[in-house]
Design a protein around this ligand. Structure first.
Ligand SMILES: NC(=O)c1ccc[n+]([C@@H]2O[C@H](COP(=O)([O-])OP(=O)(O)OC[C@H]3O[C@@H](n4cnc5c(N)ncnc54)[C@H](O)[C@@H]3O)[C@@H](O)[C@H]2O)c1
Length: 475
């Protein structure tokens, strides 16, 4: 029913949109007809309250169960063996041998074996129903995420879920509503917000070094050619075959949204999206999988997808997705403000007006301006001076444990730290909703000739109650 309503709302908006003229100066009536396509925002059910700043009771130890032990999951199990105050209680995967492989990680760490669940599509429910778990950690394919999160919260557990934690607006609203109804944490495991350059840059932005940040960019540009055959049941290829739009936006969105204080004083209002036709994946399907040309080119996801978003406070975000072009890995990550600029790929660099720097960074600061990048020495001095408190405390251990250079460990550590200290998590369910919403919203835009699409306010009116993004600490 909800799906039908959403479709109906989209159609209504699309019909009015297509009655717009091409004139550059519209009449008032035409402007009114040119409103963005709007999807339905379901009313908050009576008796349910938002979870902004949610702090759950402190946990002495975090008892965790993992679901999904394919390429990604076992790394998380291993990282948890290094985090104090955790107990790995249960492990689940469709395949018993994958559970066994994860048990071997516990053996190696000298920890007791966990309860094992496998052998059926529904075995995970038994894990979730256990009464000795605080947290369910999900690393399955995209199509299972939302269902597992919702069920886990309904069973009284906090949930942490790999990216993207939800794929459709219906799934997102269901996760948001369940988090609000149960007052449980639902955190998306977006690791890139803990990367050393991103978090340092966030700290610099929060200290005002870039002036007012007006624009941020992010991306997931990663040729997955070597991975396509390794996903269980070919789920990732099948998803891309079926859906147009940015289906994996969160690595780009996370750092951009945090630096722009999204739902903490600003909100995303509208997006437009555009893509190229797909070529390299269809050719791969022909060459490597022997598929006939017509079937291979019956492929929905564009090779390169671009989305532009404008916020309530007049700021912009540019997000890109490309998992098949032969080009170097990049998450783009750029931050542009009134006094400076940060760029992560291919070379990490900062360009700042001299007035934003001082002697502690370089004696030559008065002669600098943002027309050029600062030298490597000045950049390193900046990165040392503005190292985030989280990195000051965790960098050494994170680099030792690893996981994408350490950011995965920091993500898991912070999750456990906040749960144990009864603090709001670094990423809440509205972050999850906003970052994941690009999948469906960008598809709607592309399928309507790149029409503007309204980004729903998932907080339902409370996007500026918290002013400024910040990480919580116990002291
Ligand atoms: N944050 C990152 O940097 C990062 C990196 C890689 C993958 N990921 C994400 O991690 C998730 C998993 O990706 P992957 O590469 O490990 O995929 P994968 O296919 O290797 O693993 C998925 C696992 O889930 C299991 N599974 C599927 N249905 C299940 C069910 N009903 N019950 C129990 N287990 C089930 C499968 O058997 C498989 O072992 C995805 O969301 C992906 O996007 C994130």
């Amino acid at each position: 029913m909800q799906k039908q309503l959403t479709t109906f709302a989209i159609l209504l908006a699309a019909i009015s949109l297509f009655s717009c003229t091409n004139g550059t100066q519209g009449t008032k009536e035409q402007d009114e007809k040119c409103q963005p396509i709007r999807t339905e925002v379901p009313e908050r059910p009576a008796g349910q309250k938002d979870v902004l700043g949610l702090a759950a009771p402190k946990l002495d130890a975090v008892r965790v169960g993992f679901i999904g032990l394919g390429m990604r999951g076992p790394g998380a199990v291993e990282r948890f063996t290094y985090i104090p105050g955790t107990k790995i209680v249960a492990l689940c995967d469709l395949h018993a041998d994958r559970v066994e492989r994860a048990q071997a990680i516990l053996d190696k760490a000298g920890l007791p074996r966990a309860a094992a669940y496998s052998g059926s599509e529904e075995a995970w429910k038994e894990l979730v129903e256990r009464d000795d778990l605080d947290l369910v950690y999900i690393a399955t394919d995209w199509k299972h995420h939302a269902e597992m999160m919702v069920y886990a919260m309904e069973q009284g557990k906090h949930v942490a879920c790999e990216v993207p934690a939800a794929m459709t607006l219906d799934e997102i609203w269901s996760v948001v509503n369940t988090a609000e109804k149960t007052q449980k944490h639902a955190m998306q495991l977006e690791n890139c917000v803990y990367d050393f350059f991103e978090l340092t840059t966030l700290n610099m932005a929060q200290q005002g070094l870039f002036g007012e940040v007006l624009h941020a960019e992010g991306a997931y540009i990663h040729n997955l050619r070597d991975f396509w055959d390794s996903y269980e049941g070919d789920w990732r290829m099948q998803y891309n075959k079926e859906f147009r739009g940015d289906v994996y936006a969160t690595h780009g969105m996370g750092p951009a949204a945090q630096v722009l204080d999204i739902h903490r004083g600003d909100k995303m209002n509208v997006l437009v999206s555009m893509d190229t036709r797909p070529v390299n994946i269809p050719e791969y399907l022909i060459e490597e999988r022997g598929m006939d040309r017509d079937s291979a080119y019956n492929f929905a996801n564009g090779q390169h997808t671009m989305t532009m978003i404008r916020t309530e406070k007049g700021k912009t975000i540019h997000i890109q997705h490309d998992v098949s072009s032969p080009r170097p890995y990049t998450r783009m990550y750029q931050v542009s403000g009134t006094k400076g600029f940060a760029n992560k790929y291919p070379n990490q660099g900062y360009a700042l007006e001299g007035e934003m720097l001082d002697e502690s960074v370089t004696p030559d600061h008065e002669n600098l301006n943002a027309h050029a990048y600062v030298s490597d020495e000045v950049r390193d001095a900046l990165m040392t001076k503005y190292k985030h408190r989280i990195h000051q405390e965790l960098e050494e251990k994170a680099k030792e444990v690893g996981g994408h250079g350490g950011m995965d460990f920091i993500m898991d550590y912070r999750l456990v730290y906040c749960l144990r200290n009864g603090l709001p998590l670094d990423m809440d369910v509205y972050d999850l909703a906003e970052w994941c919403s690009l999948a469906e919203l960008s598809r709607i835009s592309i399928e309507h000739n790149s029409a503007p699409v309204e980004v729903p306010d998932f907080t339902r009116g409370n996007w500026d109650r918290i002013q400024g993004f910040e990480h919580a600490f116990a002291d």
